[in-house]
Design a protein around this ligand. Structure first.
Ligand SMILES: NC(=O)c1ccc[n+]([C@@H]2O[C@H](COP(=O)([O-])OP(=O)(O)OC[C@H]3O[C@@H](n4cnc5c(N)ncnc54)[C@H](OP(=O)(O)O)[C@@H]3O)[C@@H](O)[C@H]2O)c1
Length: 251
């Protein structure tokens, strides 16, 4: 196990190659965190890791891992632990959605959303919990944190997004249970639940919803940075970020 230089804090960000995850990884690196960036595609991981390293000058580890593959999740946890031996912030941003009404749900799309949005975060937290506990014990003032990208659809249902919303609602519950079980050990969890954010994921809404009405990735990453500045005594179960307009509870 290699200790990190300067005792700097360390983050692992899934879905860190694009969109919200990439911005969170960049912002954490800008704050001096060493970062592991994980995503499915090797090229995206390499590009993101190179960019973050060049911008922030912090140690960055890029790991290509398909969140649908339990063994890949184990390898990701092992590679991170081997490289950094510390985990202050675990950001679970890898995710995907399929828009289809209940009567038209495809089993394959259901399995994919459950697998990437719920099963993978749960299994990865299980794998990394010993390291999160160890880090919190060594740094009791800050502790360590899990931040899961939920969605406002997990709080207020959206027609056409039943399965996606169900996975995101489950993440809200999972984060609450994690804090109940582990905050005494210094490990806190927060589900961040934004409305539509301007990323590749919302490209299918072109023509239906103006991009300038969506949240920016920095609206989400600012919240994550804020969480990293709290003491271990502060438990934040969830953060909902709604979009400006006359409806509060819609994506
Ligand atoms: N955009 C929104 O409106 C919005 C709103 C609320 C919540 N969220 C949530 O925020 C998170 C990030 O969303 P985003 O908009 O940033 O999405 P995005 O731009 O589509 O990026 C998705 C990220 O997840 C990774 N990913 C997807 N499938 C994967 C798999 N099987 N294994 C490993 N990595 C995988 C992608 O890597 P590859 O390119 O390698 O596949 C990419 O890095 C998601 O959980 C999403 O549900 C998004």
């Amino acid at each position: 196990m290699i200790a990190t230089d300067n005792g700097r804090r360390v983050a692992l960000v899934t879905g860190g190659s694009r969109g919200i995850g990439l911005d969170i990884a960049r912002r954490l690196a800008g704050e001096g965190f060493a970062v592991t960036v994980a995503a499915r595609k090797e090229a995206g991981v390499a590009a993101a890791a190179g960019r973050i390293e060049a911008e922030a000058g912090v140690p960055v580890l890029g790991v290509a891992a398909d969140m649908a593959d339990e063994q890949a999740l184990g390898r990701l946890a092992a590679q991170h632990t081997e490289r950094f031996g510390r985990l202050d912030v675990l950001v679970l941003a890898a995710g995907l959605g399929a828009e289809e009404t209940v009567g038209a749900i495809r089993t394959k799309a259901y399995d994919l959303q459950m697998g990437i949005n719920l099963r993978a975060p749960v299994l990865l937290v299980r794998e990394l919990l010993p390291l999160l506990r160890e880090t919190a014990a060594a740094h009791p003032e800050r502790g360590s944190r899990v931040v899961a990208l939920s969605s406002i659809t997990g709080v207020a249902a959206e027609a056409g997004l039943s399965v996606y919303g169900a996975t995101k609602a489950a993440l809200l519950s999972f984060c609450e249970t994690l804090s109940l079980e582990e905050s005494g050990n210094g490990v806190n969890a927060t589900a961040v639940a934004p409305g539509y954010v301007d990323t590749d994921m919302t490209a299918h809404l072109d023509g239906r919803l103006e991009r300038k009405s969506m949240l920016g990735v920095s609206d989400v990453s600012e919240m994550v940075l804020g969480l990293t500045r709290l003491s271990a005594r502060a438990v934040v179960p969830s953060i909902v970020i709604s979009r400006a307009g006359s409806q509060l509870w819609r994506a």
